[in-house]
Design a protein around this ligand. Sequence first.
Ligand SMILES: Cc1ncc(COP(=O)(O)O)c(C=O)c1O
Length: 379
Amino acid sequence: MKAISAAQQSERIPLVDLKAQYRVLAPEMQKAIAEVLETQNFIYGPAVERFEKEFASYIGVRHCVALHSGTAALWLMLWASGVGPGDEVITTPLTFFATVEGILLCGAKPVFVDVDPRTLNMDASSVERALSPRSKALLPVHLYGQPADMEALRAVAERRGLILFEDAAQAAGSLYRGLKAGSLSRAASFSFYPGKNLGAYGDAGAVLTDDAELAARVRRLSNHGSERKNYHERLGFNVRPSSIQAAVLSVKLRYLEQWNERRRALAESYRRLLGGLPGLSWIEESAHSRSNYHLFVVRHSRRDALLEHLRGQGIEADIHYPVAAHLQPACGSARLPAGSLPHAEKAVGEILSLPLFPEMTQIQLEKVGRAVAGFCRRA
Ligand SMILES: Cc1ncc(COP(=O)(O)O)c(C=O)c1O
């Protein structure tokens, strides 16, 4: 990789600029965190209760159970729903590996189906072929913030008696047929990892559901399987939420809609700037979804060279994700041979996430656009 000059360094464009966001939020954040410090209530407490109410109401479901991370949310959502050893969960190979970890941690087997090459979301039309008598649930991921084809997935789930879940980690504020991602299934998991559209100042996550019993089970499992201190009816774990993170998230939730709007406007600017460039395409938005543009992802057959070109100009593009989940050694016996899921495997060699964050300026976006155009015209 070429060295970056000092001048180029100073014009560095990050994938996400959390410092720029903090500069705007600092007074509100410091006040919110100071309030938690005053209570000295660091786990659960009023800040967590408040965020749970606010986020459930924002998503449009009855219950939000705040947890330590999105990974914990996936794991407990499945575990509390009865997914366990001997069960198969149909999911997508294009995701952050935590989706698969959630299934494996329950002792169940992830069964991968290929993606729709236009959206890179799980291809609902491939699901039937992947079903077996052990199939228990469908776990689509709203990749890059774009909701999966939930209507088609719900139809399969209803026909075959499967539980439909959502990994909505990337989709805070996204819409599908006018409804919020996270309200479209039995239960949804969210991640509030700092770089997410709604990001905490550390790890955090949540399970969202209309099912009161399921919510209560998730809560119990997250707190050592206990409802009453020192009494443990069931085995659980400790993935309880942090009050400071909940307070941070309550502040940020007030801005989420405007941030997502800005991301959509920036995505539109990218499409205008990049339209018609030889060899370049991007992930399409399907008719019924309104993405929160967690990521703006382009495709190019010489992706690695494009990435090197951009990094050489101080532009921190990145790859989400460079290895399809079904090829990861950690899948163990659920791992599939290379060539099994051709759309996903082709995509991982071509996808590139360009910088996109609400505070991004038009000047920054145009710099990225010029750099991408320069590469495509010479490639
Ligand atoms: C699709 C997806 N699922 C699950 C997770 C896991 O969330 P966390 O990092 O909060 O554990 C993430 C985020 O990193 C994600 O992008």
